[in-house]
Design a binder for this molecule. Structure first.
Ligand code: ADP
Ligand code: MG
Length: 744
């Protein structure tokens, strides 16, 4: 066995990095040293560890203790406080094992430390414990029939490891690859001794500024602390490094995709802008003003914008988006608005059409036959000819300047020659074959569903002038710290303040069986001239899932309330059918829509005041909040009925959170607490490197620091040794799952 892991390089081709020329080994170097080089890890173990994500010495060193045992903190059994988490130690005096029922075995042990004894019980038949062993128990001690007892305490052993533990503190590792903490301990000691000193790739002045300890110290302290109080600072450093890797990758991608590209430079706040603003029937909120400034500043720069606009349903994002679109049109470019579904694309189109009319910016409407002459006057300024918009759905195109629909081919030709100023559609709009005369800005609704790949397509839409600006919007706002991690490559503009006069939706929870009560509420709402949404988790009844389906509920309601005009809406319907149902609902030809979550985002029907959600405990918190936001958008107060008989505590917590709060940011935080951060990078960015050490909520200050350090570094020099060292770690440590971080 080598004494120095550095010699492993020759056999395994580990990469030498710039850091390796300094004394010590870099993490990137250690990421190239296979785990079986470590003492106590043979081929079998190495295989299992590799499967568990620990294939290299670097990954092994990043497997940190979940807690520590501190001898000085052991309680004497005679004075142990009751009902608190404590650690006690002693010798096993007696062990017994008995079957207490058909499938339950109880193990009982009596442990004494010279001051008293404690009885420990476990219901784990595989637990290994022998008389005479010296053990450590962690858990709660209680008095049971007059004697001290611990139920299912954590069991650890100090025995035999003393030489490895520098002080009196012993690390306890999470089990991995079939290796229990004690086995790991010996190997970790070997790996660490042979890896040290571990080179620090973060410049000293940054560490000083942030008050962080060096990497070598961090690794040695996290595994084998002299004093348990030092472990916090060690952990802090490792968490910072973890955040730094993610942030550096995101900033680097932002640099490659946007900052290093030349963009469209717009002249802002021209006549269209002023005419549109002056015609608004309300005053913009301070948040709206603020985000408009942020966006226009980006659009003026000769770099492509990459910004996320987040704000709850009803916070007034649409006005902001229209201003961005008009800015592009005013600078003689085009805009594209892309939604995740056709229903939503229709909604955006109709909203914009109306807003243009209100502002006196709608073009005259001509007969289809006369439309060919349009290009003759398309050099006329938009302020006099109006802003021409087109909706691309399926095989036809609807515009605000030609009577009746036109063919898709003609619509595409008008995009290519610039006759259409703003196009609305799904993401198919930017896919191959669709050419713009000069695309200046792409607005994408619902960022989650817009993958990295599409951004690249957008970058390739560079029509000579430059890469178009990108404005992503989401109505599922998340707290700033979280936004930083998930959208670290985007600038984020947030509208928190709701326009004045908006009242909270009244939310009530009722049992899933309360059909007659719900039916009466629907009837009453419709009788008042208002409209209703009924949302079910399934399209059709299912044998496997015990939940309501929209189809069955639609059938039931039609019989139960024959006077109410119901209609069905779900994702498996043809898109023209869906659009037709939506139109009729908006024109109040339908009283109540029975649907699945296709109505989750963007549907704006101010006359809808009642939202019934069946099996509400099955939906995610942000989804519930989104659905609730569909009602109460007009002058009337909205009501949301959450029908559920929650069977899980998470389901209960979500319903409870909905009853208590109407604040999307707060709910996003609760959602994160319930789901855990493992899912943060879910959805379009699946397979992402999950955080192992850091906790976005608890460590948000370190996250902010890492974000800033990464930004400064990439801004200063995207190919500096520091940036490259961190990026090398990203690739080597995150492996496959780094793809979404690094692809550009
Ligand atoms: P979002 O797109 O964020 O869901 P919208 O832009 O559709 O929200 O706005 C919801 C409603 O509020 C619309 O009817 C809009 O006209 C109105 N609205 C927007 N901004 C304001 C404001 N500053 N004051 C009053 N009403 C506003
Ligand atoms: Mg909107």
């Amino acid at each position: 066995m080598d004494n120095d892991l550095r010699t492993a390089k020759d056999h395994h081709g580990a990469v030498m990095t710039s850091s390796d020329t300094r004394a010590g080994r870099s993490l990137a170097y250690l990421a190239g040293v296979p785990i079986d080089r470590v003492k106590g890890i043979g081929p079998q173990r190495a295989k299992k560890l590799t499967e568990a994500g620990i294939g290299s010495v670097a990954q092994f060193l990043l497997h940190v203790p979940r807690r520590y045992l501190d001898r000085s903190q052991l309680f004497d059994l005679s004075s142990v406080p009751l009902g608190e988490e404590v650690t006690v130690g002693g010798v096993v005096r007696h062990v017994s094992k008995r079957r207490i029922s058909k499938n339950r075995t109880m193990i009982e042990a009596v442990i004494g430390d010279g001051t008293s004894v404690v009885k420990a019980v476990w219901f784990n038949p595989y637990l290994k414990i022998a008389e005479g062993e010296e053990i450590v128990l962690s858990g709660k001690a209680e008095l049971f029939r007059g004697s001290l007892q611990m139920k299912a305490p954590d069991l650890d052993r100090f025995e035999g490891q003393d030489s490895l533990v520098t002080g009196r503190v012993m690390p306890i590792y999470p089990k991995v690859g079939g290796m229990a903490s004690q086995k790991l301990l010996g190997s970790m000691d070997n790996a660490l001794r042979r890896s040290r000193p571990i080179v620090d790739i973060v410049p000293g002045e940054i560490l000083d500024r942030l008050g962080l300890v060096g990497r070598d110290e961090a690794f040695s302290t996290i595994h084998f602390p002299e004093d348990i109080n030092d472990t916090d600072r060690a952990r802090e450093r490792l968490v910072f490094d973890e955040f730094l890797r993610i942030q550096m990758a995101l900033k680097k991608r932002a640099h490659d995709d946007f900052e290093s590209q030349s963009g469209v430079s717009n002249s802002v706040k021209g006549e269209l802008y002023h005419r549109f603003r002056d015609a608004l029937p309300f005053r913009l909120t301070a948040d709206q003003e603020q985000v408009i400034e942020e966006i226009l500043e980006d659009m003026e720069r000769p770099r492509p914008m990459h910004r996320l606009l987040q704000g709850e349903v009803g916070s007034g994002k649409t006005v902001v988006v229209i201003i961005a679109l008009l800015t592009s049109v005013e600078s003689e470019h085009q805009g594209a608005v892309m939604a995740p579904t056709e229903v939503l694309a229709v909604q955006h189109y109709l909203g914009t059409e109306l807003a243009l009319e209100d502002a006196g910016l709608a073009p005259p409407i001509v007969e289809s036959g006369a439309a060919d002459t349009l290009s003759l006057f398309h050099t006329e300024p938009t302020t006099t000819r109006g802003v021409r918009i087109g909706l691309f759905t399926g095989s036809k195109v609807t515009t605000n300047f030609v009577y009746g629909d036109i063919s898709r081919a003609r619509g595409l030709a008008w995009l290519a020659d610039g006759t259409i100023d703003i196009a609305f559609g799904t993401q198919a709009l930017i896919q191959s074959g669709v050419e713009f005369h000069s695309l200046g800005i792409a607005v994408v609704d619902e960022q989650h569903r817009f993958g990295v790949e599409q951004r690249v397509v957008l970058r390739d839409k560079n029509t000579g002038e430059g890469v178009p600006d990108l404005l992503l919007m989401t109505a599922t706002p998340i707290p700033r710290t979280l936004a930083m991690t998930v959208y670290g490559d985007l600038y984020v503009s947030t509208i928190e303040e709701m326009p004045l006069g908006r009242t909270d939706v009244v939310t009530e929870a009722i049992p899933e069986s309360a059909d007659s009560k719900i039916d009466r509420r629907i009837l009453r709402t419709v009788a008042e001239g208002r409209q209703v949404f009924v949302v079910c988790p399934l399209i059709d009844d299912s044998d496997k899932i015990d939940a309501r389906s929209a189809t069955a509920e639609f059938a039931r309601l039609r019989v139960a309330l024959p006077g109410v005009r119901f209609e069905l809406l779900h994702g498996q319907m043809r898109s023209d059918e869906k659009a037709d149902v939506m139109h009729r609902f908006r024109r109040r030809e339908i009283d109540a829509l029975v649907s699945t979550t296709v109505i989750e985002v963007g549907i704006d029907v101010p006359n809808a005041t009642l939202m019934v959600i069946h099996n509400a405990d099955r939906f995610g918190l942000s989804q519930l909040h989104q659905l609730r936001g569909r009602v109460g958008r007009g002058e009337h107060v909205g009501t949301c009925l959450l029908a559920a008989d929650p069977t899980t505590s998470d389901g209960e917590r979500r319903i409870d959170a909905m009853l208590k709060s109407n604040d999307g940011f707060h709910l996003a935080r609760v959602d994160l607490e319930i789901r855990g951060q493992g899912t943060v990078f879910g959805g379009a960015q699946s397979g992402a490197a999950d955080l192992r050490l850091g906790d976005i909520l608890r460590d948000h200050e370190l996250l902010a620091a890492a974000n800033l350090v990464a930004k400064e570094a990439v801004d200063a020099d995207p190919s500096s040794p520091f940036v490259e060292d961190v990026m090398r770690e990203v690739v080597l440590l995150f492996g496959e799952s780094a793809q979404w971080l690094t692809r550009s």
